[in-house]
Design a protein around this ligand. Sequence first.
Ligand code: ATP
Ligand code: MG
Length: 752
Amino acid sequence: MTEQQSLPLNPAQREAVEHPGGPVLVLAGAGSGKTRVLTMRIAHLITTQHVAPQRIFAVTFTNKAAGEMRSRVAQLLGADPRGLWIGTFHSVSARILRREAPLLGFGPNFTIYDSDDSEALVKRLLETRQLSTKVYPPRTVHAVISSAKNRMLTPEELGAQADAPLIKVAGEIYAALGPALKQANAMDFDDLLLHPLTLFREHPERLAYWQDRFQHVLVDEFQDTNAAQYLLVKHLAKRHGNLCVVGDDDQAIYGWRGADVRHMLTFQNDFPGTKLVRLEQNYRSTQIILDAANGIIAENAARLGKTLFTEKKGGERVVLLSTADERDEAEWLANEFARRAADGDAGYEGMAILYRTNSQSRPLEEALRFRGIPYRLIGAISFYERREVKDLLAYLRLIANPADDEAFLRVVNVPRRGIGDASLTVLGRSAGAWQKPLLEAARRASAITELRPNVREALAGVASLLDRLRDAVGQADPATALETILATTGYEQYLADEGSEGLERIENVRELVAGAAAWAEVQDPDAAEGTGSPVERYLTQAALVTPADEARDAGGVTLTTTHMAKGLEWPIVALAGLEDGLFPLGRSTEQPGGVEEERRLCYVGLTRARERLYLSWARTRYRNGRLELAEPSRFLDALPSQVVEERSTTPTWRPQRGMSGAMPPRPPRPRGAAARRLPDVAFPEEVSQDAPRYVKGERVRHRKFGGGIVRGVSGEGRDLRVSVDFDDPDIGTKQLLAAYAGLERDWEGEGA
Ligand code: ATP
Ligand code: MG
C-alpha cells in the first residue's frame, strides 16, 4: 500500500520494525517513535512475514491505545487484522482465562470482580471472622493483599512477613479470599495476571499450546511491567523467542503499583542474543521542550542513558508561571488557551492541562467552563462506576454467573423488595453451611425458618426472577439482554421514583444500552473463539474499562493526570500545580526512590508537548480543606534558564481571601459523579456540530465493514440510527448507531 510510504521510518526504527525474529529491545526516549515502531512491526509481520494475525500477541498500556493501534494496523493493511490479540495485560489475560478457566477450577463464565467487589468481599470475610472493619479497614486490607499478589507472594509468605497486626489479618483474609472467589466463580484484577501463571505451572501442555500459538509477542511501555506481567510474556515467547519490547526507563512511573523498571536491564540477560535498538530522534517536541525535559530528568542518578535530538530546532520558550492561588492559575491558563485558539495556534483538542492528582481538576474545570471553553475530563470516575450502571451490570453478571455473590448482594433489594441486611446475614449463614452461592440459597429460602415468611417469599422470588431472565436472555446480544432486564425488573420506574436525579440516571441507563449495541457492532468474531456468550464477552470488556479508555474524541481541552497522559501528545501542554508537596507529592518523598519516580513522572508530563509548554505553580493552594503556602516544585530548579520565560500574576486582592487570615469559603462541592460529567458546553456542540448527519443514498465507510450506501435514517441525537447497505455482500445491510459507528463520508475514507 502507498500508505506505508506516507509513514516514513528512520534507519533505526526500520531495523526494529523489520528485524526478522528473536528478542528485540527498543530502548529509547520520549517521542522517538517506539509506539509507532510496534504498530508498524505488527503490520510488517502480517504483510511481509505472513504471520497470521491470530498468532500475534501485543500488549499496550490502555484499551484505548490498543484500539488505536489496531485501527492503525488496519489502515496499513487495508483490512482489519481479524484475530489479532491486542489489549492491556488484563484484557489479553482474561481472554486466555475464558478458555482455560475449567482447568483452574472456574467456570468459563467467571465474573471479573472490580475493586469495589473485592473490598466488599474482604469486608464480609472480616465480618464472618468477627474482626473489626474499623480496626482493619477493608480497603487497606485489600490493598495489602493486592500488593502481595503483585509481588507474587502466597498468603503464607505474606503471613510470615507480618510484623504488624494488620498484615497478619491481611494474611489470614488473603488465605480465605482465594477459596471465596472460587466459590463465587470470580477473579479479581490481580488474579487475571496470576491465574495464567498458575495454569502454565500446573498444566505444561497448555503452556506448550499457548507458546506454540503465539509466534510473536510485543509489549509497549515495557518499563512499567510488573513481575507477573513479565513472567507471562517470558512464558509466551519462550518457544518462538520472538519477543519485541519497547520502553523508556526514564518514564517508569508505576513502581508504586509493583512495576519494576529493572526488567529493562535484565531483559538482555533473560534473552541472550537480544537485538538492542536505540532510537535517538525525537519527532514530537521542539528543542526547547526537550532541553527543559532533559534538564529535569538529568538529576536522576540511576539511568540507562540515552541520547535524544530533534530537528524541530528552537521553538517557543517554556512559560514558567507563578500565580496567586489555584483559581488564579486556572484562570490564567484558560485565558491563555482561549488566546492561543483565537490566534489559530491549535484547536482546543490540541491542548491539555496535566496535573498530579485528580482533585486538582475542579478549579480548572470551573475556569474553562466560565470561559465557555470545551473540555473533556479523563477522570477518576468511570461511567461503569455509576450506581445505575453497576446495578444493571450486576443483573447481567448474575445471569452469566449465578455464583456471583457480590452481584447478588448488589441487586437482591434493587428495586426494593423488603429484604434487609439482617435477613441477608441469615441467608449468608445458610449459604455458608450449604456451601452454595447466595442465589442458590435464596432459591431454597423456604427452608430457612429463621427468616420471616414474607422475606422467604421475596428471596425465592428473586431466584425465580433470575431464572426467567436467564431463559429470556439466552444467547442474546448484551443490548437486548439489558433491555430484557429493564423490562422485567421495573428498574427504570424505580429510578424515575427518585425524582430529577433518577431521570439523569435513566439517561445513563439508555447510554449503557446504546453503548452495548455499539459494542456488538464492532466485535471481531475471530477474537471470540471459545470465549463465551456475547454477554460474557461484553462483561469482560466492561469490567476492564478504565477512565482513560472512555475519553471521547470529540474536541475540547484534555484535563487529566500525568499518569493517564502516558504515551499521548498534544501541540500545547500545561503542567499545573508544580509545587513541592504536590509535585513531587508529599507522601512519595518519604519512600525510597519516591522522588526519582516523581521526577520521571514530571518528565513524562513535559515530553507530552509538541510545540508549547506551560509550567505553573500557585503561591497558595487549598489542600485538604486548608489554605497552604506553597513553594515551587524542586524539579523546576533544574530547568536551564535559557529555555524558560518567567511570568507571574500580580497577587490580586480578593475580599473573601484578605480577611486577616480567615479561611475563604469553599465553593460547594460538585454532587458526586453526576457533577463530573462532560461539561454542559460540550453537549450542544456535540449535537449541533459534531453529531453526524446522513442522507439517504449517501456513500459512507465503516472502519471494519468497508464502504456502503445509507438506506435509511431514524431517531436523533445519541439514538440516531443509520441503516447501511454495505458493498460486501457477506455483510449486507446493517443498522448502526451513528454516535458509535464512526462512519466516515466515503471520500474521506479513500486515499487519505
Ligand atoms: P512515548 O515515549 O511518549 O510513548 P514514543 O516513543 O512511543 O513516545 P510515538 O508516540 O510512537 O513515540 O511517536 C511520537 C511522534 O512522532 C508521533 O507523532 C509519531 O507519529 C511521530 N513519528 C515517529 N516516528 C516518525 C518518523 N520516522 N517520521 C515522522 N514522524 C515520526
Ligand atoms: Mg509510546
